[in-house]
Design a binder for this molecule. Structure first.
Ligand code: GTQ
Length: 351
């Protein structure tokens, strides 16, 4: 059923419009269908892919053009043209950036209200110190820097290190709650609290005490996440999606409060149909390759490539390799949407 057409702004006399404007008033009806479109939202977020091999030379060039002291964080932002590049957002809530740190460089300590995670893309020998815990960065590792925690990045290796930053910056900025505090280099504490959780089901005893922090685990090593996926694929061949969620090991809740993170394995030759959900979704290839088809957009993603798919869009992933699995890092804003009560999954789509 189509909705009746509503009056337009141009239908109103100019002197009436001027009188409204003079009192900071706006008529709703010309904009009603825009803010409440029938059936489903009209997202500004466009299906967009960023090719790593294409952006990498530009990121390395930034290393030559701009010293770290002039950048603090040397990042090329993966910006969604649907929002306007200057908005620096991949979706309504998600910010993505590729960050470069060169050997010997140091990105100084700060803390801020937006939550961040890092997905390590290439290089060895760098680390992020979060809340006094030195987190080594290896390919595929996920490192959390949740809201309010001090963090700084250093690099003792001999080749450039690159990682993908995922932040809820667009949302926190929209809330007018985004700010940073600069700090001094942190003192690294001896122990890594997260090590207590490195193997599921057991913790050091009798030394173990439940941590007082809201974020007991800050580093999720890729070797362990990968092993969890391959074990799941081997032992549960019947499950549709071989996927694991990054969680807070003490509460079982999502690892962060606003954005959600998971890792997905596509078996060789596998096609995975993902139903339309209310969240925009980011896919980043850790290993292998996949095609991503969503509505009228289709991308071929290879290693370290990243794409963003708007919400309310059914998506098909296809790993064309007959021998190699594909491992993907997935980010969305499902934790936020669930808390707010607007999260939805639409019926599974037909292939
Ligand atoms: O590494 O702390 O991509 O503060 C954007 C803002 C990275 C960081 C970004 C940041 C950082």
């Amino acid at each position: 059923m189509s909705l009746p057409e509503l009056g337009r702004l141009e239908d109103l006399p100019q002197d009436y419009r001027d009188a409204l404007g003079a009192q900071n008033l706006v008529p709703l009806w010309p904009s009603l269908r825009g803010v409440l479109p029938p059936g489903k939202p009209a997202p500004r977020t466009r299906a967009t892919a960023w090719n790593y091999q294409a952006l990498r030379p530009l990121l390395l060039q930034a290393g030559e053009l701009t010293p770290i002291e002039k950048a603090e964080r040397r990042v090329l932002v993966l910006a969604n043209p649907g929002h306007g590049l200057e908005k620096m957002q991949a979706s309504s809530t998600i910010y993505l950036g590729m960050q470069l740190l060169l050997p010997g460089e140091w990105a100084p300590a700060h803390r801020h209200t937006p939550n961040a995670v890092r997905m390590i893309v290439e290089g060895e020998g760098a680390y992020t110190t979060v809340d006094g815990e030195k987190c080594l960065m290896q390919r595929g590792d996920l490192i959390l820097t949740p809201t309010g925690l001090w963090h700084e990045h250093g690099h003792d290796g001999d080749k450039p290190v690159v990682w993908l930053d995922v932040l809820d910056l667009p949302l926190v900025y929209y809330m007018e709650a985004s700010y940073v505090t600069e700090g001094r280099a942190q003192t690294v504490s001896g122990d890594s609290a997260g090590l207590a959780y490195q193997r599921g089901g057991v913790v050091p005893s009798p030394l173990f005490e439940r941590s007082a922090t809201a974020f007991p685990m800050l580093r999720y090593p890729w070797v362990d996440v990968r092993a969890a996926l391959t074990t799941l694929a081997r032992t549960r061949p019947e499950i549709e999606a071989v996927q694991v969620a990054y969680i807070n090991p003490e509460t079982g809740a999502d690892a962060q409060k606003i954005l959600g993170f998971s890792a997905l394995m596509l078996r060789p030759g596998e096609t995975l149909l993902l139903p339309a959900r209310s969240t925009a979704t980011v896919f980043h290839v850790i290993e292998g390759g996949t095609s991503v088809a969503a509505d009228t957009s289709a991308f071929a993603l290879g290693e370290a490539d990243t794409c963003c798919i708007p919400g309310y869009t059914a998506t098909t992933l296809f790993n064309a390799s007959t021998s190699a699995p594909c491992f993907l890092f997935v980010a969305d804003d499902a934790p936020l949407q669930k808390k707010l009560g607007v999260y939805e999954v639409r019926e599974a789509h037909k292939a």
